[in-house]
Design a protein around this ligand. Structure first.
Ligand code: ADP
Ligand code: MG
Length: 248
């Protein structure tokens, strides 16, 4: 492989984790949550992260989203090794490159939907006019143009979560991470929000890693990875296809 090919591959790579481990120390106890994770996420791919409660899905997403540091291993974002990046660089990357959707919306209660979506853009230095235009555009895409001036408490759970999705996309991230984004919603609302999320991901062509308990939702993504005993299994590989079949 020549240098040029390697460069192209790197640029393609939105997120790569190599041999990532995470231990939590509690007194004398050492809990090994991640025991050597290798993961490669590319643009246009929507990857499902499944696994039982407590298997480490949130831990993995927090590390991938630069909200926490691994105990060991490498993280490569946008083709650059950021394992040794300082806090300032990590914050900048998180703001410009990564969008995060949590299980609970985490919207600011004193601000309306439009303002909640504008905030990340204002923090990134956009003008108020540009931020407002893009926020309205994203909220419209998520079928919320009639809720722009509503505060979180004046919206339903599904609407709140769609605002949170719009906020995560505000700065046009290349990587979207979502931690059980429909986990707090009733099944019908979860379906609406999930469809809206998948639709906007496909339209923007970004890379996404979405943790979910729900194997039906997972099956609708490009590929499925399962976290078990601290390791990732690719459920699309023949050796795991049988296990995956039992889930559906
Ligand atoms: P999941 O999202 O798959 O339910 P988590 O990543 O939240 O799993 O948790 C994985 C394991 O790590 C659990 O056993 C949990 O109790 C433990 N854990 C998570 N965060 C911490 C922490 N900050 N300190 C100690 N243990 C933690
Ligand atoms: Mg979790």
């Amino acid at each position: 492989m020549n240098n040029k090919t390697m460069m192209t591959e790197n640029e393609d790579c939105v997120l790569t984790l190599t041999n990532v481990t995470k231990d939590y120390r509690q007194g004398k106890q050492n809990l090994e949550v991640l025991k050597g994770i290798d993961l490669n996420i590319r643009s246009g791919e929507v990857t499902a992260l499944v696994g039982q409660s407590g298997s480490g899905k949130s831990t993995l997403l927090q590390i991938a989203g630069l909200l926490d540091r691994p105990s060991s291993g490498q993280i490569c974002i946008n083709g650059k090794d950021i394992s040794k990046a300082n806090d300032e660089n990590r914050t900048g990357l998180r703001r410009d490159y990564i969008g995060f959707v949590y299980q609970y919306h985490n919207l600011l209660g004193d601000f309306n939907a439009l303002e909640n979506v504008m905030l990340p853009m204002l923090i990134a230095g956009q003008s108020t006019a540009t931020a407002e235009e893009r926020a309205a555009f994203l909220l419209n895409k998520l079928h919320l143009s009639h809720r722009l001036k509503h505060r979180p408490a004046e919206m339903s759970g599904g609407e709140q979560q769609r605002v949170a999705i719009a906020r995560a996309l505000a700065n046009s991230p290349k990587l979207l991470l979502a931690d059980e984004p429909t986990g707090n919603l009733d099944p019908n609302t979860a379906e609406d929000v999930f469809a809206a999320l998948l639709g906007i991901i496909k339209e923007t062509g970004l890379a996404a890693l979405i943790a979910t308990h729900n194997m039906e939702l997972a099956a609708r993504m490009s590929r499925q990875l399962r976290l078990q005993d601290g390791k990732l299994q690719d459920l699309n590989e023949p050796i795991f296809a049988k296990i995956a079949k039992n889930f559906y």
